[in-house]
Design a protein around this ligand. Structure first.
Ligand SMILES: Nc1ncnc2c1ncn2[C@@H]1O[C@H](COP(=O)(O)OP(=O)(O)OP(=O)(O)O)[C@@H](O)[C@H]1O
Length: 218
């Protein structure tokens, strides 16, 4: 369970998020939509711990993230969360198998088991036998499937995704989102997905709109 309590974030004197509170239930797939510049990515970054709020708290399973030291916060993020962010693209100099195994290695899983586990996950996203390929050999849609495999390989309780199908054609995007939904549901994971696409948002269990008044059901 993830609780946001009175989150406020300002940039250079401009308030982007003001006293925002919301409870995200475990295991629910939620889409967040809203006008450009309203603060959707900012909100996701605060939840991910990539940025800190000016005030308020991000509370994961009853623990306020700010109450943890850096190591504990990093550990919690690595084990409990998965990320599909534009900035965390697939690394070009690693094979697909190495890319997907990365969260497992960071979580101290041994390399051989990690590699086998990564291959299983690649197969689950339709890339069986491609583990030794490099990202340059893949299409945009295939790369996005690698990002999904990497985000879910360590079975996080919560997936955070920022425009996971932003640069894909509608048909490919639909396939990716069906896959994303199937994988999180198979793992019992929750997800928070920021998107401008109504078709993408329709794949979620619930759509929330972020505005100056906070998060409201669509
Ligand atoms: N690191 C930063 N420094 C300064 N201003 C920032 C920073 N990050 C975001 N902002 C500002 O905060 C506001 C919200 O940005 P954010 O990217 O969260 O909006 P968004 O709703 O995700 O927009 P879009 O839908 O266009 O991606 C914008 O005005 C943006 O310029």
């Amino acid at each position: 369970m993830l609780e946001l309590s009175k989150l406020t974030k300002t940039y250079g004197g401009r308030t982007v998020l003001s006293d925002l509170s919301h409870v995200f239930e475990a295991g629910r797939f939620v889409a967040i939509m809203g006008e450009s510049g309203v603060g959707k990515s900012t909100l996701l970054n605060l939840i991910a711990g990539l940025d800190a709020p000016d005030s308020g708290a991000v509370i994961v399973d009853g623990t306020a993230m700010a109450a943890l030291d850096d190591d504990a916060a990093t550990r919690l993020r690595r084990t409990r969360m998965g990320f599909i962010f534009q900035a965390f693209h697939v690394l070009p100099h690693l094979t697909l198998q190495q890319n997907v195994a990365l969260p497992l290695l960071l979580n101290q899983e041994n390399a051989r088991e990690g590699a086998a586990h990564a291959e299983t996950m690649l197969a689950a996203v339709g890339l069986a036998g491609r583990g030794q390929d490099f990202p340059r050999q893949l299409s945009g849609g295939e790369l996005q499937r690698v990002a999904i495999a990497r985000a879910l390989v360590h079975k996080p309780a919560l997936l955070l995704a920022d425009e996971p199908t932003g640069n894909l054609d509608p048909e490919t995007a639909g396939g990716i989102l069906r896959l994303l939904r199937a994988e999180i549901k198979a793992n019992g994971a929750g997800a928070i997905m920021v998107t401008h696409s109504h078709a993408a948002a329709e794949m979620a269990d619930e759509i929330l709109i972020l505005s100056r008044d906070g998060l409201k059901r669509a």
